[in-house]
Write a protein that binds this ligand. Structure first.
Ligand SMILES: Nc1ncnc2c1ncn2[C@@H]1O[C@H](COP(=O)(O)OP(=O)(O)OP(=O)(O)O)[C@@H](O)[C@H]1O
Length: 411
């Protein structure tokens, strides 16, 4: 009897155990379900994120591919249409001389194809790629023109001697031409600024233009000879023409070395193109009156490779060195580029200047901007000494990282 009782109990107990077990198991499964559901949601989110990242990278790859394509594409030749034939072909005179019968791109509106129109052509097939705007439009050549640049002498740090020299050579003749006549001397025609990159050469030229209310025309030497083959000499002519029309004006030729490097023995068509451009520049400089109100300021990082012809009297006859700033200069440049920043009391320009031996004005500007960025990253609006120190480390390290390759200047 007792056995039987005991047996029934155990069956009951077993049932209780089983139902407890099942409830437990159910709970576990429910929890597992919730966990998997969350995991699924997280994976879905991650999938979406990865998907958008993929699309972003694909877009970036496409952009870089087209950039590579663009950089690889050969320069175009400039020509002038002499006749439009009935079959849609066109007779063009290339800027290097001979005439050709060529095809045109389908993207060109046939109405734009008129005799006299300037066009760009593929180097190999000479097919017309586009019709260029009329030559008088200075933007065609990428000339930068400012009626009155907004840079003043007070924006330039550590170049007092250079400012004095450029004022004497460019500003005085523009503002007081009579003075030179009375004394009976010819004012300098052109001034050459030379020195390492980012030291303020462009800034100096802009400040003189501002002070004399002259139009500032900036052209880049390498663009004269690289953008449109066979056009360098004509571009030089056009810049001088434009400068005369906009007088008083200052022509600032950046990267002068690209068109005025000493002649080498090689005789490629590229060299001949550079030669023609330089000849045109020399003849323009010789041809105009130095008492006039057009002044030329050239800039180069490589005075050592310039053709001596360009430095002869009556051409670039004042040469001004624009070196890397010394300690005092760096203090001043730090002051200039932090004028609009809110600085903590622990920022000491003297200390910063000591830490930035060898930095250019452009480097110091970059340090100030970077210090501001560090402050923003830490959600501060006041920039502290620590932000500057981090910025100096970052910018000065970047400078040092540049590879050293003999004979090559990194600009
Ligand atoms: N002496 C300086 N005082 C204040 N700012 C300077 C000075 N030098 C350079 N900078 C800053 O660096 C920037 C670049 O300088 P700038 O274009 O005048 O150099 P550059 O000598 O013409 O260089 P590059 O040879 O590369 O053309 C300027 O916009 C300016 O903000």
């Amino acid at each position: 009897m007792s056995m039987e009782e005991g047996g029934t109990k155990s069956i009951k107990e077993k049932n209780v155990d089983l139902s407890e077990y099942l409830i437990d198991r159910l709970k576990q499964l429910e929890e597992e379900y919730v966990r998997l559901k969350n995991l699924y949601k997280r994976l879905e989110d991650e999938k979406r994120f990865v998907e958008t990242e993929r699309i972003r990278y694909e877009r970036e790859v496409r952009r870089l591919r087209s950039e590579i394509e663009r950089l690889r594409s050969p320069p175009l030749i400039v020509g002038v249409i002499s006749d439009v034939l009935e079959d849609g072909k066109v007779v063009v005179k290339s800027s290097t001389g001979p005439k050709f019968v060529v095809h045109t791109s389908q993207n060109i509106n046939p109405e734009d194809l008129k005799p006299g129109a300037r066009v760009s052509m593929n180097q190999q097939t000479l097919a017309i790629i586009s019709v260029l705007p009329p030559p008088k439009d200075p933007s065609v050549y990428g000339f930068e023109i400012y009626d009155k640049p907004d840079v003043s002498y007070s924006d330039i740090g550590g170049l007092n001697k250079q400012i004095e020299e450029i004022r004497e050579a460019v500003e005085l003749p523009l503002l007081k031409p009579k003075l030179f006549e009375e004394v009976g001397i010819e004012p300098p025609k052109g001034v050459l600024l030379y020195g390492p990159p980012g030291t303020g050469k462009t800034l100096l030229a802009k400040a003189v233009a501002n002070q004399t209310k002259a139009t500032f025309i900036r052209v880049v030497g390498s663009e004269f000879v690289q953008k449109y083959i066979g056009e360098g000499a004509r571009l030089v002519r056009e810049v001088f023409q434009l400068a005369k029309e906009k007088a008083p004006s200052i022509i600032f030729i950046d990267e002068l070395d690209a068109i005025a490097a000493r002649r080498t023995s090689s005789d490629t068509s590229g060299d001949r193109e550079v030669q023609r451009t330089l000849m045109q520049l020399l003849s323009e400089m010789d041809g105009f009156d130095n008492r006039g109100d057009v002044k030329i300021v050239g800039a180069t990082n490589r005075i050592d490779i310039l053709d001596p012809a360009i430095l002869r009297p009556g051409r670039f006859d004042r040469i001004i060195e624009v070196p890397l700033p010394n300690y005092e200069g760096r203090v001043q440049i730090f002051k200039i580029h932090t004028r609009k920043m809110k600085l903590a009391d622990d920022v000491d320009f003297r200390e910063l200047a000591e830490m930035t031996e060898g930095a250019s004005g452009a480097d110091i500007k970059a340090i100030a901007t970077e210090a501001g960025m560090f402050a923003i990253r830490n959600e501060k609006t006041i920039v502290s000494r620590e932000d500057f120190i981090k910025a100096i480390e970052k910018i000065m390290k970047k400078d040092k990282k540049l590879p050293e390759i003999k004979g090559v200047m990194f600009i």
